[in-house]
Design a protein around this ligand. Structure first.
Ligand code: T1G
Length: 694
């Protein structure tokens, strides 16, 4: 492997370049190269200043995440950063692309920072369950003030070159060649002959007790159960109250505590799992995705409109077909209203909203879809209707066009069979609201071609989504597991629990909401229709709870009707326990001859969470996902599984598959064989293995 750091001189300026593709992650070899380069520059009398920059696509994506599981080998990142700051000659950081995490921390220790228009900076450590551990919490507040530094560090989100300039994170935007501009800046600093300006010598402004108290209050809800955000606040507060070196010492303590925590291990797992999900194991080398430059959507209801907005957000033109003119007008108006809201909240500018609306064209005529590279059908969840739509699309669309369906449960193979191009038919299951939720389940049919899969997986990234490739089964991966978990939640109601107890336990586990509050939010009528559709094929011996149906029969569909599992006062969204529902539940227990009992929180946790894991094991065993971590991604990005637990399969590995399997076997004896441990779970448990070992 070529040297990951290049050292050259341009006149009297030493230029140290990170050359460690793909993102110049700062691992041990890079740290050694940087340290040696700074040492050489400091010791070379002909060198008057230094530039540090990155080769390839960026400055640096930060410390090498892959190294965290191993003891840090010297020189540490802090050693390198201290060497840059202590260099007796001016050191200028030249940033293009990302300077994230340790990359930005390195730049902050330099005596000046310049960037080009592509520069983006962030401290995303909190997304890995960490805090910036190489001085970011001590230097950034000294540059941009405590308030803005807290927002920056707690969000972990990047800011672009202009905002970085206005904040003072970078000192100058270079219009021409970045390195030449940085060399000129370094020459100027050297010529001034002043001692290098060190960020550590600045004071962090604005760190009032009220600010920190307010931020601690805010993360109580927003980052409930997580450790790193609290330590971010502690460390920024230290930057305002302690001498620099003491603040650095405390930062290191917090960083190590977070780094060695289960939460950070889980979040680092998710970081890798997200990227692994994009890789298709059986993809023949050299398979190229087709270009997708124009899309069409069939259907302009909630999902169709959401998907259209998602496509326009990615700056792609999209034609929306609705055969019913009124429905089309209503759907387009809903998109426009959504954009108006985003403008009024300052999420996007007026120009952006207008540009995106300008990309969306409505039509009632299939002929207008003929030129689309890809069509996504988002019509009513009815197989006959979908087959008819796909027949017409097959006749209308150009030969290479991909035909996708947003169905959330129906059989892709049956839909593909309605066309003469089954190789170009695929499922693209968006999650509602489609323009917000990041997850897409891309469903490969038996005949879906590799080129179609490659194209849709690439488009998923263009849409800013995280795509998981799944196989055909009822409910695919997410909803199939959701049915297993919510079935247990309903059975627990029959046996003695009430919705608020179940929701409290699941919320306490880390989900934003429990299953009954979620049902009321999404609308109970959706699931009711699905269950009615399944009634004919449901195995007679399968345990089935009638509670949800009886609630729907009363026209209680959740928040949208002011009542569902809970009641909602004056159009509010706060779920209030409803005696009417308690009576209904008790009535079902009586009808079923079940003697109600006290159900413990522990039983609720085990029957819901382990049922979820158990179904995941079955899905894995049936080869409906490529790897266990794909299931983690589905559940974190589609259903709000707490990211700091890593997803259901990672969580199961951490609990121990032997414990999960034994507990399921015990529960199955009393509460029904649907809880019996899946064969794969039992096998791995018996071998002392993990899902991750597959
Ligand atoms: N370390 C190791 N590998 C990394 C990496 C990193 N920091 N960042 C990316 N990769 C790998 C990634 O796994 C993938 O590998 C390939 O690079 C391309 O990534 C002390 C403790 C930089 C914006 O959290 O946000 O510094 O799949 O597909 O879409 O305080 O990667 O090809 O095998 O994402 O162009 C903090 C994480 C680290 C940034 C590029 N930094 N990375 O996005 O490519 S902790 C981060 C990203 C730290 C200090 C702390 C993105 C990116 P593979 P990619 P991309």
């Amino acid at each position: 492997m070529s040297d990951p750091v290049n050292y050259e001189k341009r006149g009297a300026i030493a230029v140290i370049t990170l050359t460690n593709p793909p993102v110049n992650a700062i691992g041990h070899a890079v740290r050694k190269g940087l340290f040696a380069g700074l040492d050489a520059a400091a010791g070379d009398a002909s060198v008057t200043a230094v530039v540090i920059t990155g080769d390839g696509r960026c400055f640096s994506g930060g410390a090498d995440i892959g190294e965290f599981g191993r003891p840090p080998a010297p020189p540490t990142l802090r050693d390198v950063i201290e060497a840059a700051e202590a260099c007796p000659k001016p050191v200028v950081a030249a940033i293009h692309g990302v300077a994230f995490g340790g990359g930005l921390e390195l730049a902050l220790a330099c005596h000046q920072r310049v960037g080009d228009a592509s520069a983006r900076v962030s401290l995303p450590e909190v997304k890995l369950g960490l805090i910036p551990g190489a001085g970011g919490t001590q230097r950034l507040p000294r540059v941009i003030g405590a308030k803005r530094a807290l927002e920056f560090i707690l969000s972990g989100d990047p800011v672009g070159a202009d905002e970085a300039l206005s904040l003072g994170i970078i000192d100058q935007i270079i219009a021409g060649d970045l390195v030449e501009g940085a060399v000129a800046a370094a020459e100027k600093l050297a010529a001034e002959g002043k001692p290098p300006r060190k960020v550590r010598d600045l004071a962090a402004a604005g760190g009032t007790p009220e600010l920190f108290a307010g931020e601690r209050k805010r993360i109580e809800r927003r980052a409930r159960g997580q450790m790193a955000p609290g330590h971010c606040i502690d460390s920024v507060e230290n930057a305002c109250t302690l001498p620099f070196d003491e603040g650095m010492k405390k930062e290191r303590e917090y960083f190590e505590r977070c780094r060695d925590s289960d939460q950070s291990r889980a979040q680092r797992h998710v970081f890798g799992a997200e990227r692994a999900a994009a890789k298709v194991k059986d993809m023949p080398p050299g398979t190229r995705p087709r270009a997708v430059e124009s899309l069409a959507i069939v259907g302009c209801g909630t999902m169709g409109a959401g998907i259209a907005a998602c496509v326009a957000d990615a700056s792609l033109p999209v034609t929306v077909l609705e055969t019913d003119p009124e429905a089309l007008e209503k759907g387009l108006a809903a998109i426009a209203t959504n954009y108006e809201g985003a403008v009024s909240r300052g999420r996007i500018s007026r120009e952006q909203a207008d540009a995106r609306m300008g990309l969306i064209r409505g039509t009632n005529d299939y002929a207008d879809l003929a030129g689309a590279d890809m069509v996504i059908e988002a019509a009513f969840e009815d197989m006959d209707l979908k087959k008819e739509i796909f027949r017409r699309l097959d006749e209308t669309c150009k030969p290479g066009a991909i035909l996708a369906t947003n169905t959330s449960t129906l059989d892709i193979d049956q839909i593909a069979a309605a066309t003469a191009r089954p190789g170009r038919v695929i499922g693209t299951h968006f999650f509602s609201p489609a323009n917000v939720m990041k997850l897409m389940e891309n469903v490969r049919g038996a005949e879906t071609s590799h080129e179609t899969i490659a194209t849709v997986m690439a488009l998923t990234k263009v849409l800013g989504k995280i795509g998981v490739l799944v196989g055909v089964c009822d409910g695919f991966v997410g909803n199939r597991m959701y049915y297993s978990y919510t079935a247990q939640a309903n059975f627990l109601l029959e046996e003695g629990a009430f919705p608020e107890q179940v929701d409290r336990v699941i919320h306490g586990f880390g989900f934003p909401m429990g299953p009954f509050a979620v049902g009321d939010l999404a609308g109970l009528d959706v699931g009711w229709r699905v269950r009615q559709g399944r009634a004919k094929t449901r195995p007679p011996d399968e345990r089935y709870s009638p509670i949800a149906d009886r609630i729907c029969e009363r026209g209680r569909f959740g928040q949208k009707t002011g009542a569902g599992w809970y009641r909602y006062q004056d159009g509010g969204r706060k779920p209030l326990p409803d005696p009417e529902i308690e009576e209904l539940i008790i009535g079902v227990s009586d009808d079923l001859g079940i003697e109600r009992r006290n159900v413990s929180d522990e039983e609720i946790h085990d029957r819901c969470i382990y049922a979820l894991i158990n179904e995941g094991a079955k899905i894995l065993d049936e080869g409906l996902v490529q790897r266990a971590s794909d299931i983690d991604i589905v559940w974190i990005y589609g259903y709000g599984f707490p990211v700091w637990r890593g997803g259901p399969m990672f969580h199961a590995d951490r609990v121990g598959l032997d414990k999960v399997s034994a507990r399921l076997a015990q529960l199955a004896e009393t509460h029904g064989q649907e809880l019996a441990p899946a064969p794969l779970l039992e096998k791995l448990a018996g071998q002392g293995k993990t899902f991750a070992s597959l």
